[in-house]
Design a protein around this ligand. Structure first.
Ligand code: GLA
Length: 387
């Protein structure tokens, strides 16, 4: 991959003087969905697929961007003195947003750059290609300019840029999973205070299989922000009767005791998901740590049911993939992952059943939805690095 990037860099920018090559992963969340903006727990891991980037410093303040995933767009130019989001700037709003966020932190970027990216995360799949670009850009800026920021800061800067430059009100999960990724481990993160531990993902004869629905979703135009505000309203209603900072502070029993304070039945369902999913995530991680993979799989299934019935972020494509997976031989657990409304599912499948799983679920999906899903057996990888 490094050679491919350097060759293309030379073709696009003329030479490879001063160029370095970097990588940042994508992520998949194993359980703990729509809990990260509710002060709950999440359990994501970094993948070995992600975004590669070649970059060098320029002497002027110009920025030049090129993506091998969008060859037809050619070189997109900008400069450090006009870091504002622009529709026509397309994907470059992500790296530009990160530069802007560094400057907001008082970390002025001293000179322009030539940048070339190549990602192997399927686009719009819900495996966080945008957060991968954000963390990669932060990592590149730290490498070239020596900014004193930790990997956790890179995650926070990425989220800040996504929220305030790109207008998507996401939580911290994606950027954190990417910046803090660890091979063969998932990250058990408490989003209330960012405390975390790594849990080994030892799957004993099984693999994580991602099924991409090929139904595109854009967080910005989805109902993501609507779900967030429904939860905020439910929290404010609950706070009138119980002293909590977030929905993540409640146990299931406490929720049942106080839920009548929420004045709308739809909001009761949203808040119920946030509370139960958080508790389910804590129990699922305990099960994994006790090597009870079957129990972990059951929790994944229950997570999907809650996202389908209470949080209502699945849709026919994700439901078909998951419900067909549940019927297939050798499936330990299956659920939608990420924001929902399209994107992908994650399933735990026994090694010997992977081929038949892909065939059976793939055929049923095509027959029902009318176009194909794509399947990937994935590995859990490390965070960002220099190649
Ligand atoms: C998206 C957001 C995350 C998280 C998930 C849902 O991936 O970027 O912050 O809220 O959706 O769990």
């Amino acid at each position: 991959m490094k050679e491919t990037l350097l060759k293309k860099f030379e073709e696009v920018y003329g030479d490879v003087e001063g160029v370095k090559v970097f990588f940042a992963p994508g992520r998949v969340n194993l359980i703990g969905e729509h809990t990260d903006y509710n002060g709950g727990h999440v359990f994501p891991c970094a993948l070995t697929i992600g975004t590669y980037g070649a970059a060098r410093v320029r002497e002027d303040r110009k920025l030049r961007f090129y993506s091998m995933n969008f060859d037809h767009l050619g070189v997109i130019e900008s400069d450090l003195d006009s870091l504002t989001p622009q529709k026509e700037a397309g994907w470059t709003n992500y790296p530009k947003g990160v530069m802007w966020a560094f400057e907001k932190r008082g970390l002025a970027i001293p000179s322009g750059m030539d940048i070339l990216l190549n990602g192997n995360i399927p686009n719009g799949s819900g495996l966080s290609s945008s957060a991968s670009i954000e963390v990669l850009m932060g990592y590149i800026l730290r490498e070239f300019f020596g900014f004193e920021v930790s990997n956790q800061d890179l995650a926070l800067i990425g989220q800040y840029s996504e929220n305030n430059f790109n207008g998507v009100n996401c939580g911290i999960m994606d950027q954190f999973a990417i910046a803090m990724g660890k091979k063969e481990h998932a990250i058990f993160l408490d989003t209330a205070d960012l405390s975390y531990t790594y849990a080994p993902v030892k799957l004993k004869g099984a693999k994580l299989v991602i099924a991409c629905s090929n139904k595109k979703r854009g967080l910005g135009d989805s109902k993501y922000n609507e779900r967030r505000s429904e939860c905020e309203t439910a929290l404010a209603e609950l706070q009138k009767v119980v002293d909590i900072r977030s929905l993540g502070d409640l146990t299931e029993e406490q929720f049942e005791e106080y839920k009548s304070a929420i004045k709308d039945p739809v909001r009761v369902k949203r808040a119920k998901h946030a509370v139960y999913e958080n508790q389910r995530t804590i129990k699922a991680v305990e099960a994994l740590q006790a090597n009870d993979i079957a129990q972990f799989g059951q929790m994944m299934n229950a997570s999907h049911v809650s996202l389908r019935d209470d949080y209502e972020v699945t849709g026919i494509e994700l439901d078909t993939l998951v419900e067909e997976a549940w019927k297939a031989e050798g499936v330990i657990g299956s659920r939608m992952t990420g924001a929902g409304f399209g994107g992908c599912t994650v399933s735990l499948v026994k090694d010997e059943a992977i081929d038949s799983f892909i065939k059976q679920v793939g055929d049923a999906y095509l027959a029902k939805i009318g176009y194909s899903a794509d399947f990937y057996a994935v590995e859990v990888g490390d965070g960002p690095c220099t190649l």
